[in-house]
Design a protein around this ligand. Structure first.
Ligand SMILES: Nc1ncnc2c1ncn2[C@@H]1O[C@H](COP(=O)(O)OP(=O)(O)OP(=O)(O)O)[C@@H](O)[C@H]1O
Length: 236
Protein backbone atom coordinates (compact mmCIF):
# COMPACT_ATOMS: atom_id res chain seq x y z
CA UNK A 1 0.00 0.00 0.00
CA UNK A 2 1.21 3.53 -0.74
CA UNK A 3 1.21 6.48 1.71
CA UNK A 4 -1.94 7.76 0.00
CA UNK A 5 -3.59 4.37 0.60
CA UNK A 6 -2.71 4.60 4.32
CA UNK A 7 -4.53 7.92 4.51
CA UNK A 8 -7.61 6.40 2.84
CA UNK A 9 -7.57 3.57 5.36
CA UNK A 10 -7.38 6.06 8.24
CA UNK A 11 -10.41 7.85 6.87
CA UNK A 12 -12.36 4.65 6.92
CA UNK A 13 -12.27 3.54 3.30
CA UNK A 14 -12.97 -0.19 2.94
CA UNK A 15 -12.50 -0.66 -0.80
CA UNK A 16 -11.67 1.32 -3.92
CA UNK A 17 -11.87 0.51 -7.62
CA UNK A 18 -10.00 2.64 -10.10
CA UNK A 19 -10.65 2.24 -13.81
CA UNK A 20 -11.40 -1.43 -13.32
CA UNK A 21 -12.41 -3.38 -16.41
CA UNK A 22 -13.77 -6.88 -16.81
CA UNK A 23 -14.35 -8.83 -19.99
CA UNK A 24 -16.30 -12.10 -20.09
CA UNK A 25 -16.66 -14.22 -23.22
CA UNK A 26 -15.14 -11.43 -25.26
CA UNK A 27 -17.63 -8.81 -24.01
CA UNK A 28 -16.73 -5.89 -21.78
CA UNK A 29 -19.05 -6.23 -18.79
CA UNK A 30 -17.50 -3.74 -16.35
CA UNK A 31 -16.24 -0.58 -17.97
CA UNK A 32 -13.77 1.73 -16.20
CA UNK A 33 -15.37 1.27 -12.77
CA UNK A 34 -14.41 3.98 -10.30
CA UNK A 35 -15.91 3.70 -6.84
CA UNK A 36 -15.16 4.05 -3.14
CA UNK A 37 -16.78 2.07 -0.34
CA UNK A 38 -16.48 3.84 2.99
CA UNK A 39 -17.28 2.43 6.40
CA UNK A 40 -20.74 2.72 7.92
CA UNK A 41 -22.61 3.00 4.61
CA UNK A 42 -25.48 1.04 3.10
CA UNK A 43 -25.09 1.13 -0.65
CA UNK A 44 -27.52 -0.07 -3.31
CA UNK A 45 -26.32 -1.46 -6.62
CA UNK A 46 -28.87 -0.69 -9.30
CA UNK A 47 -28.95 -1.63 -12.97
CA UNK A 48 -30.88 -3.45 -15.67
CA UNK A 49 -30.66 -7.25 -16.05
CA UNK A 50 -27.30 -8.37 -17.33
CA UNK A 51 -25.53 -5.03 -16.80
CA UNK A 52 -22.98 -6.56 -14.42
CA UNK A 53 -24.19 -6.07 -10.83
CA UNK A 54 -23.27 -9.62 -9.80
CA UNK A 55 -19.95 -9.40 -11.62
CA UNK A 56 -19.22 -6.13 -9.80
CA UNK A 57 -19.98 -7.70 -6.39
CA UNK A 58 -17.80 -10.71 -7.23
CA UNK A 59 -14.96 -8.37 -8.17
CA UNK A 60 -15.35 -6.57 -4.83
CA UNK A 61 -15.26 -9.93 -3.02
CA UNK A 62 -12.20 -11.08 -4.98
CA UNK A 63 -14.16 -13.96 -6.53
CA UNK A 64 -13.50 -12.48 -9.97
CA UNK A 65 -10.34 -10.64 -10.88
CA UNK A 66 -10.32 -7.46 -12.97
CA UNK A 67 -8.60 -7.64 -16.35
CA UNK A 68 -7.17 -4.15 -15.94
CA UNK A 69 -7.39 -1.27 -13.49
CA UNK A 70 -7.03 -1.48 -9.74
CA UNK A 71 -9.08 -2.83 -6.85
CA UNK A 72 -7.77 -2.16 -3.33
CA UNK A 73 -9.39 -3.89 -0.36
CA UNK A 74 -8.47 -2.21 2.94
CA UNK A 75 -10.05 -5.06 4.87
CA UNK A 76 -9.95 -8.82 4.56
CA UNK A 77 -13.18 -9.07 6.55
CA UNK A 78 -15.61 -9.31 3.65
CA UNK A 79 -18.74 -11.45 3.91
CA UNK A 80 -20.50 -12.43 0.68
CA UNK A 81 -24.13 -13.52 1.03
CA UNK A 82 -24.43 -16.81 -0.85
CA UNK A 83 -27.60 -18.06 -2.48
CA UNK A 84 -29.46 -21.11 -1.14
CA UNK A 85 -28.28 -23.07 -4.17
CA UNK A 86 -24.68 -22.79 -2.93
CA UNK A 87 -25.12 -25.66 -0.43
CA UNK A 88 -24.77 -29.41 -0.92
CA UNK A 89 -28.16 -31.13 -1.42
CA UNK A 90 -27.76 -33.20 1.76
CA UNK A 91 -27.19 -30.19 4.01
CA UNK A 92 -29.60 -29.28 6.76
CA UNK A 93 -29.84 -25.80 8.31
CA UNK A 94 -27.67 -26.89 11.25
CA UNK A 95 -25.04 -28.37 8.88
CA UNK A 96 -24.70 -24.97 7.20
CA UNK A 97 -24.09 -23.35 10.59
CA UNK A 98 -21.41 -25.93 11.45
CA UNK A 99 -19.86 -25.53 8.00
CA UNK A 100 -19.60 -21.77 8.54
CA UNK A 101 -18.20 -22.27 12.06
CA UNK A 102 -15.49 -24.57 10.74
CA UNK A 103 -14.70 -22.37 7.76
CA UNK A 104 -14.78 -18.85 9.20
CA UNK A 105 -12.94 -17.84 12.39
CA UNK A 106 -15.20 -14.79 12.70
CA UNK A 107 -18.48 -16.78 12.62
CA UNK A 108 -20.56 -16.59 15.82
CA UNK A 109 -22.59 -19.82 15.84
CA UNK A 110 -24.53 -18.84 18.98
CA UNK A 111 -25.65 -15.63 17.34
CA UNK A 112 -26.64 -17.57 14.20
CA UNK A 113 -28.62 -20.09 16.27
CA UNK A 114 -30.42 -17.26 18.04
CA UNK A 115 -31.36 -15.64 14.70
CA UNK A 116 -32.45 -19.02 13.29
CA UNK A 117 -34.73 -19.41 16.33
CA UNK A 118 -36.18 -15.92 15.86
CA UNK A 119 -36.83 -16.68 12.19
CA UNK A 120 -38.73 -19.91 12.89
CA UNK A 121 -36.36 -21.84 10.61
CA UNK A 122 -36.14 -25.50 11.65
CA UNK A 123 -32.51 -26.50 12.30
CA UNK A 124 -33.11 -30.07 11.07
CA UNK A 125 -34.78 -29.11 7.80
CA UNK A 126 -32.89 -29.79 4.55
CA UNK A 127 -31.88 -26.51 2.95
CA UNK A 128 -33.05 -27.61 -0.52
CA UNK A 129 -36.55 -28.17 0.90
CA UNK A 130 -36.82 -24.63 2.29
CA UNK A 131 -38.77 -22.04 0.31
CA UNK A 132 -36.79 -19.45 -1.66
CA UNK A 133 -37.51 -16.82 0.98
CA UNK A 134 -36.45 -19.15 3.81
CA UNK A 135 -33.22 -19.96 1.99
CA UNK A 136 -32.52 -16.25 1.50
CA UNK A 137 -33.16 -15.64 5.17
CA UNK A 138 -30.78 -18.44 6.15
CA UNK A 139 -28.09 -17.02 3.86
CA UNK A 140 -28.52 -13.55 5.35
CA UNK A 141 -28.23 -14.96 8.86
CA UNK A 142 -25.09 -16.91 7.96
CA UNK A 143 -23.48 -13.82 6.46
CA UNK A 144 -24.47 -11.48 9.28
CA UNK A 145 -23.30 -13.88 11.99
CA UNK A 146 -19.81 -13.28 10.66
CA UNK A 147 -18.05 -10.33 12.23
CA UNK A 148 -17.10 -8.56 8.99
CA UNK A 149 -16.46 -5.00 7.90
CA UNK A 150 -18.06 -5.29 4.47
CA UNK A 151 -21.16 -7.34 3.58
CA UNK A 152 -21.86 -7.99 -0.10
CA UNK A 153 -25.43 -9.00 -0.92
CA UNK A 154 -26.71 -10.02 -4.35
CA UNK A 155 -30.47 -9.51 -4.47
CA UNK A 156 -30.94 -10.81 -0.93
CA UNK A 157 -34.70 -10.26 -0.62
CA UNK A 158 -36.34 -11.44 -3.83
CA UNK A 159 -38.37 -14.26 -2.31
CA UNK A 160 -38.81 -12.77 1.12
CA UNK A 161 -42.30 -11.93 2.40
CA UNK A 162 -43.60 -8.35 2.78
CA UNK A 163 -43.45 -8.26 6.62
CA UNK A 164 -39.75 -9.19 6.65
CA UNK A 165 -39.00 -6.76 3.80
CA UNK A 166 -40.61 -4.09 5.97
CA UNK A 167 -38.56 -5.11 9.02
CA UNK A 168 -35.38 -5.65 7.04
CA UNK A 169 -33.80 -2.31 7.97
CA UNK A 170 -34.36 -3.05 11.66
CA UNK A 171 -32.95 -6.57 11.20
CA UNK A 172 -29.93 -5.28 9.32
CA UNK A 173 -29.10 -2.46 11.71
CA UNK A 174 -29.58 -4.71 14.75
CA UNK A 175 -27.14 -7.26 13.37
CA UNK A 176 -24.52 -5.22 11.57
CA UNK A 177 -21.28 -4.59 13.46
CA UNK A 178 -20.67 -0.90 14.14
CA UNK A 179 -19.14 0.93 11.18
CA UNK A 180 -19.60 -2.05 8.84
CA UNK A 181 -20.88 -1.36 5.35
CA UNK A 182 -23.31 -3.20 3.10
CA UNK A 183 -23.27 -3.24 -0.68
CA UNK A 184 -26.51 -4.71 -1.98
CA UNK A 185 -27.63 -5.37 -5.55
CA UNK A 186 -31.39 -5.17 -5.92
CA UNK A 187 -34.26 -4.62 -8.31
CA UNK A 188 -36.55 -3.83 -5.35
CA UNK A 189 -35.83 -0.13 -5.46
CA UNK A 190 -39.23 1.04 -4.32
CA UNK A 191 -39.08 -1.15 -1.21
CA UNK A 192 -35.41 -0.73 -0.35
CA UNK A 193 -34.25 2.70 -1.42
CA UNK A 194 -35.08 4.14 2.01
CA UNK A 195 -32.21 1.97 3.31
CA UNK A 196 -29.52 3.36 1.06
CA UNK A 197 -27.02 6.09 1.91
CA UNK A 198 -25.58 5.78 -1.56
CA UNK A 199 -26.33 4.12 -4.87
CA UNK A 200 -24.02 2.61 -7.48
CA UNK A 201 -25.77 2.85 -10.83
CA UNK A 202 -24.42 0.14 -13.13
CA UNK A 203 -25.03 1.33 -16.67
CA UNK A 204 -23.95 0.05 -20.06
CA UNK A 205 -21.10 2.59 -20.09
CA UNK A 206 -19.80 2.64 -16.53
CA UNK A 207 -20.55 2.96 -12.83
CA UNK A 208 -22.00 6.12 -11.31
CA UNK A 209 -21.82 6.53 -7.51
CA UNK A 210 -24.25 9.00 -5.93
CA UNK A 211 -25.50 9.93 -2.47
CA UNK A 212 -29.23 9.26 -2.14
CA UNK A 213 -29.60 12.56 -0.26
CA UNK A 214 -28.23 14.38 -3.31
CA UNK A 215 -30.78 12.64 -5.55
CA UNK A 216 -33.64 13.56 -3.22
CA UNK A 217 -32.57 17.10 -2.29
CA UNK A 218 -30.89 18.36 -5.46
CA UNK A 219 -33.02 16.57 -8.03
CA UNK A 220 -36.18 16.13 -5.93
CA UNK A 221 -36.62 12.57 -7.12
CA UNK A 222 -36.76 9.13 -5.58
CA UNK A 223 -33.84 6.87 -6.50
CA UNK A 224 -36.17 4.79 -8.67
CA UNK A 225 -37.48 7.80 -10.61
CA UNK A 226 -33.98 9.22 -11.00
CA UNK A 227 -32.76 5.87 -12.33
CA UNK A 228 -35.66 5.48 -14.76
CA UNK A 229 -35.88 9.09 -15.93
CA UNK A 230 -32.26 10.24 -15.88
CA UNK A 231 -29.64 7.49 -15.61
CA UNK A 232 -31.26 5.06 -18.07
CA UNK A 233 -31.79 7.84 -20.61
CA UNK A 234 -28.19 9.05 -20.63
CA UNK A 235 -26.11 8.13 -23.65
CA UNK A 236 -22.34 8.36 -23.67
N1 LIG B 1 -18.88 -16.52 -15.56
C1 LIG B 1 -19.36 -15.87 -16.63
N2 LIG B 1 -18.93 -16.16 -17.87
C2 LIG B 1 -19.39 -15.50 -18.95
N3 LIG B 1 -20.29 -14.50 -18.89
C3 LIG B 1 -20.75 -14.17 -17.69
C4 LIG B 1 -20.33 -14.82 -16.48
N4 LIG B 1 -20.95 -14.26 -15.42
C5 LIG B 1 -21.74 -13.30 -15.94
N5 LIG B 1 -21.63 -13.23 -17.28
C6 LIG B 1 -22.31 -12.30 -18.18
O1 LIG B 1 -22.04 -10.99 -17.71
C7 LIG B 1 -23.19 -10.16 -17.85
C8 LIG B 1 -23.52 -9.55 -16.51
O2 LIG B 1 -23.99 -10.57 -15.63
P1 LIG B 1 -24.47 -10.26 -14.16
O3 LIG B 1 -24.93 -11.54 -13.59
O4 LIG B 1 -23.40 -9.52 -13.44
O5 LIG B 1 -25.69 -9.28 -14.43
P2 LIG B 1 -26.68 -8.61 -13.35
O6 LIG B 1 -26.62 -7.14 -13.55
O7 LIG B 1 -26.38 -9.14 -11.99
O8 LIG B 1 -28.05 -9.16 -13.90
P3 LIG B 1 -29.46 -9.51 -13.16
O9 LIG B 1 -30.10 -8.21 -12.81
O10 LIG B 1 -30.21 -10.23 -14.22
O11 LIG B 1 -29.14 -10.38 -11.97
C9 LIG B 1 -24.28 -11.04 -18.42
O12 LIG B 1 -24.35 -10.83 -19.80
C10 LIG B 1 -23.82 -12.44 -18.11
O13 LIG B 1 -24.27 -13.35 -19.09
Amino acid sequence: MTAADDILQDRGTLLTMRQANKWLDGRKIINMADLTIKKGRIIGVVGDNGYGKTVLLKMMAGLMEQDSGEIVRYTKEISFVLSGRSFYPWMRVMDALKYYRDFYDDFDINRAQQLIGESALEPDRKIRLLSTGQQERLCLILALARNSRLYLMDEPLNGIDPPFKKDFKKFLLANLPEDASVVMATHLLKELEYLFDEVLFVTGYGIRQMETEEIREKYHQSVEDYYMEVVRCEKV
